[in-house]
Design a protein around this ligand. Structure first.
Ligand SMILES: [Fe+2]
Ligand SMILES: [Fe+2]
Length: 365
């Protein structure tokens, strides 16, 4: 890369990463934190690598928030009494279809949204307390909203209407012999979701019927919820291996644990998605209990599996936890999922730079 190009990159990076910038939906929470940053936190210092890891995680959390906010506007609890998840007015038909998976889905969607807002706001506030650059993706909130009843008409970071969802996480956590960290590829539990492009929210009110079409959209959301959070589960474990300061490790373990709790909840609910075929698209949700343990719905505890080396006994673990390229792996997974369909080249350049910087971090340096 030539000097002029490097200089252009630095300029564009500065314009998108605004130190101490507003955090969108998380502004209130961040404001509370920033009002009185503790002396202990402010004096801790961050290595360059720690800051890079936290910045990538802040970006990932802002992206997660954008996803969950869209789900919450249509199928969650909007503008709760505490005002922690503002926006949207709910879509009764879609909310009912999502509630087929569990009657408490609206509460869980609200709380997952609230959690993501808090993750992004906390990490940015922690970076700021250390004088490090924070992350603001507001310039990229350019993708269209659903026009179905209930959704706000605002620009989005992510696209939930053309998803291609890899459901191998489902079989990965049920296999007692295969682990992607050992180079193995697990099959999709719902092959139809891994092919083609599928909406996980109603795109317009025309998607609210017929019933099996709307239920297919709700089922898609159910598996997408688990997909998002299994990704967070692995990302935090992968990047934790690269941090230096013990307090940064504490942050990654503590927030990462909340991602694990999300994933565990959602994979239990996805197992309740009724088997059906979408009459409009042909997308089929198979009976996951018809084909043995690799897809059995109630096997929601991580099946013991080979870890590190097959010479050891199998063990119940989250997976994958490979650290090399964990951040770029997340960017690729988000991209392959269709979340960024419609995003600009500048967005991909920024998110790639953030991921590469995180992946370049080394423990102890
Ligand atoms: Fe999160
Ligand atoms: Fe999450």
């Amino acid at each position: 890369m030539g000097t002029a190009e490097q200089s252009a990159h630095r300029t564009s990076r500065r314009s998108f990463l605004v130190k101490g910038a507003a955090l969108g939906a998380g502004t209130l929470a961040a404001g509370r934190l920033l009002a009185a940053p503790s002396a202990a936190i402010a004096s801790g210092g961050l290595t360059k690598g720690d800051a890079a890891i936290l910045r990538f995680l802040a970006a990932a959390e802002i992206i997660e928030t954008d996803i969950w906010q869209q789900y919450n506007e249509l199928a969650g609890i909007q503008d709760a009494a505490d005002g922690e998840v503002p926006g949207g007015s709910g879509n009764p038909a879609y909310t009912a279809a999502v509630a087929v998976l569990d009657e408490d889905m609206a509460q869980y969607i609200h709380d997952n949204t609230d959690d993501e807002i808090s993750h992004g706001a906390f990490i940015n506030a922690y970076l700021q307390a250390h004088g490090a650059q924070t992350v603001n993706l507001d310039a990229f909130r350019t993708l269209p909203s659903s026009t179905a009843t209930g959704a706000q008409q605002i620009g989005r970071l992510t696209n939930l209407m053309q998803l291609t969802i890899n459901t191998s996480f489902w079989t990965r956590y049920r296999s007692d012999s295969q682990n992607p960290d050992l180079g193995e590829v697990l099959p999709n539990a719902v092959p139809g979701l891994a092919a083609g492009e599928h909406p996980a929210i109603p795109r317009t009110d025309a998607d609210l019927a017929p019933p099996d079409h709307l239920q297919a959209i709700a089922n898609t959301a159910g598996f997408h919820f688990a997909w998002i959070e299994q990704g967070g589960t692995s990302l935090y474990a992968g990047l934790a291996q690269r941090v230096t300061h013990s307090e940064v490790l504490r942050i990654l373990l503590s927030i990462g644990g909340s991602e694990i709790m999300h994933f565990q909840t959602w994979q239990d609910k996805a197992g309740n998605a009724p088997p059906l075929t979408d009459p409009n698209t042909g997308l089929t949700f198979p009976d996951l209990n018809a084909d043995g343990e690799l897809t059995q719905t109630n096997l929601i505890m991580p099946e013991p599996t080979p870890f590190l080396d097959r010479k050891f006994p199998i063990v119940s673990i989250i997976r994958p936890t490979q650290t090399d390229g964990a951040a770029m792996g997340t960017v690729r997974a988000f991209t392959n999922d269709g979340l960024f369909i419609g995003q600009s080249a500048e967005f991909f350049a920024l998110i790639t730079r953030l991921a590469q910087a995180a992946d370049a971090a080394r423990h102890g340096t």
